[in-house]
Design a protein around this ligand. Structure first.
Ligand SMILES: [Zn+2]
Ligand SMILES: [Zn+2]
Length: 292
């Protein structure tokens, strides 16, 4: 793999042992949670387990899409320092490492989209873009230079370091609420579904769907991915204008995250939601290409 022309290259050469050990720990945790799903065959499932699954999936998808992605990576709306930390905690509970790591690497994805230096381009292979990159020692460290703005806040730096705390608290809470089946459905299965929903934006939404805008990358708009990721599937829109708090640019492009943000804005919890420029919407180009 090419490490790209960037200063922040977390090449294995920079910290070979630490980075490799860290990527091994990630692999053990990642596949361990997948294996934990199999306990469902032993525990069975109840309506309460499914309700817990729906709840922990939904609030954590929101933590990733509204928190890690639209707020920390793109600053597409503003909020208080207190709610900023709530968003960081929700995002961290999704078990996708800390907010500074996630948002920093995501900024890099946009800066190098589908070119050398991209963190997860399908041009490096579909499965690498989907999940292989998270085990790559080059991406173990937080890319400090990409996320200096939020690195000023000590509570975020703390959470970025101790990102395992929210997932562990959530797993324990699921066990306390629903016993072993609560842990299996509320944490193991929920987390596995959440991971693959999030990662499908990096893999599937760069391969399958339509392209409204002729962006220099392979991003696509995909209705189904937008549904399961609460709006992130409008990925071609997003690559074209990434600062927007809404990724569904038109009323028929369902974007649940944006609806939730509008509700929070009505309550005064968040504000200054960035919208796509009107000229951009009026001058939209016809679909360039449809794929399977
Ligand atoms: Zn992308
Ligand atoms: Zn983005």
């Amino acid at each position: 793999m090419d490490s790209g022309p960037v200063r922040s290259v977390h090449a294995a050469a920079a910290a070979p042992d630490g980075a490799l050990a860290s990527s091994r720990s990630v692999a053990i945790a990642y596949w361990g949670v997948h294996l934990g799903c199999l306990l469902a065959f032993y525990t069975g499932v109840s309506a309460a387990d499914l309700a817990l699954l729906a709840a922990t999936f939904s609030f954590r998808v929101f933590g990733i899409t509204a928190g890690y992605h639209r707020y920390f990576a793109h600053k597409s709306f503003r909020t208080s320092r207190g709610f900023q930390f709530v968003l960081a905690l929700l995002g961290a509970s999704a078990t996708q490492k800390g907010p500074l790591w996630w948002a920093g690497l995501h900024r890099r994805h946009h800066a190098y989209a589908d070119r050398e230096g991209d963190v997860h381009s399908p041009k490096q292979g579909f499965w690498y873009a989907h999940q292989g990159w998270i085990f790559d020692p080059r991406w173990t460290a937080t890319p400090e230079e990409q996320i200096r703005d939020f690195s000023q806040h000590p509570e975020l730096v703390w959470l970025n370091r101790w990102h395992v705390v929210p997932p562990v608290v959530l797993a324990v809470a699921c066990f306390a609420v629903g016993g072993l089946s609560g842990l299996v459905f509320g944490y193991f299965i929920s987390t596995t579904l959440l991971w693959h929903a999030t990662y499908s934006v990096n893999s599937l939404a760069h391969r399958f769907g339509s392209r409204r805008y002729e962006t220099p990358d392979t991003s696509r708009n995909n209705f189904w991915i937008a549904l399961i990721t609460f709006g992130e599937g409008w990925h071609n829109n997003h690559h074209h204008y990434m600062r927007s708090a809404r990724q569904g640019f038109f009323w028929w492009e369902i974007d649940v995250t944006y609806y939730c943000l509008r509700a929070l804005a009505a309550l005064g919890v968040v504000w200054d939601l960035r919208e796509p420029p009107a000229a951009l919407l009026e001058a939209r180009t016809p679909r360039l290409r449809d794929a399977a």
